[in-house]
Ligand binder design. Structure first.
Ligand code: AMP
Ligand code: MG
Length: 394
């Protein structure tokens, strides 16, 4: 994994390649968390009481050195609490006086003073190698004085699609006149790579011809991960494995006991991983979720790379064929504290709209031929959409 140093402003989504030690304690002083008066709790035991105001302090200003018994300092949120004070009385509980102040409520006794280093102390390891840099991490790094961070470089992922029937969307006239379809994988796969944190590289569309395919793959080899789409099944025009074998690939596995995506192949070529995805648009997307996204996350230095699953309740009857683990496209809806799963319609691995409507993949284990309404099964949320809601959380 290559490490690169990036400024905080472009670190979102990256993963730390070094531990980060705080350069200062935050807050750097005992800080008030209220606008009000810094006092001693021992001075406000009988209420109301009146204290002499010996000065004032705002955030970013120097505080009066200390207060003695019977004294108060007018103080703003974030300002340094003078020595001797252990309490900030909120302004609403006073008469807001300037020479003298009347304290009318003791509820803030020993409150509203944030200790020095409450957030973190100088020398603390605040983030570690492998930590994901989300907005909060970026904010913490900034407040601890870290301007640039060492991160794992985003992997470059080349994508080569093959199929005599495929055209780019600009060639849609050929679709209208028959015998051609748009290579939708040439659009959805780069989008998935980008979403996963990789840098897609367009390896083009090639015909089902060993020489053309070899040229295209050789042209796409400048990458950290090679993805091909199509041509890995057992049809007369499936040349991808043959060509890769000619190029010296070390095939680690071909075929998985899953549907969709059974013909998937994985190997190492010239030191880099190759994942050969089936061409069916749904198979390509599902196998991307199962195999490619974790690979990209691993290359990004992430610790949690596999999709999380959760138990859901099936709302309909399903019958299946084949002794395979099925990944069915479902819509999860949250009702009565439970996630309910319904199929998105046809489960043909060619019907990309089944993916469009899905927010999860329902996992039906090998050997199951029938599933009944009310049954509990595992599902793998997609795009974490089940964690979102149309209403403000109350
Ligand atoms: P293959 O994996 O090459 O056997 O293709 C399986 C099915 O997926 C065929 O119906 C192809 O037309 C279709 N297909 C292959 N590649 C793509 C692609 N890049 N975009 C959309 N459909 C594809
Ligand atoms: Mg094909």
């Amino acid at each position: 994994m290559t490490v690169e140093r990036v400024p905080l402003s472009s670190a979102l989504g990256a993963v730390l390649a070094e531990p980060v030690v705080a350069r200062a304690s935050i807050p750097p002083w005992r800080a008030s968390s209220m606008d009000g008066y810094a006092v001693r709790a021992s001075d406000i035991t009988s209420i109301p009481c009146t204290l002499r105001v010996i000065g004032e302090v705002a955030a970013g200003r120097e505080a009066p050195a200390a207060i003695n018994s019977g004294e108060a300092v007018r103080i703003m949120t974030g300002a340094s609490v003078p020595a001797g004070a252990d309490t900030v009385i909120r302004i609403e509980d006073t008469d807001a006086g300037s020479e003298f102040v009347e304290i009318r409520n003791p509820r803030d006794a020993r409150r509203n003073v944030r200790p020095l280093g409450e957030d973190f102390l100088a020398g603390d390891v605040i983030l570690d190698t492998g930590d994901y840099l989300g907005p909060a991490a970026i904010g913490v790094l900034a407040s601890s004085g870290v301007a640039t961070v060492a991160t794992y470089r985003q992997p470059t992922v080349s994508i080569v699609s093959s199929g005599d029937e495929l055209v780019r969307v600009e060639g849609f006239d050929a679709v209208m006149s028959g015998h051609r379809i748009v290579s939708s994988n040439s659009y959805s796969l780069p989008a998935m790579v980008r979403e996963a944190g990789g840098r897609p590289r367009d390896g083009g569309i090639t015909r089902d011809d060993p020489l053309a395919l070899r040229n295209a793959i050789e042209g796409a080899m400048a990458c950290d991960l090679l993805i091909t789409s199509g041509g890995v099944s057992v049809g007369d025009h499936d040349f991808t494995r043959t060509v890769m074998n000619q190029m010296g690939v070390d095939i680690k596995f071909w075929r998985a006991r899953i549907r969709p995506g059974g013909p998937i192949v994985f190997g190492i070529i010239d030191g880099r991983p190759w994942i050969g995805l089936p061409g069916n648009p749904v198979s390509a997307m599902v196998t991307f979720e199962l195999f490619v996204r974790p690979a990209i996350l691993k290359m990004l230095g992430e610790k949690l790379i596999f999709p999380a699953t959760r138990l859901v309740t099936l709302d309909e009857h399903i019958s299946l064929t084949g002794d395979l683990t099925h990944y069915l496209r479902v819509v999860l809806t949250h009702r009565d504290g439970v996630d309910h799963a319904r199929l998105t319609g046809t489960q043909s691995s060619g019907a990309l709209t089944s993916m469009l409507r899905a927010n999860a993949l329902l996992i039906v284990p090998e050997g199951r031929r029938e599933c009944q309404p009310g049954e509990q099964l595992l599902a793998m949320p997609l795009r974490s959409s089940v964690f979102r809601s149309a209403t403000f959380p109350a």
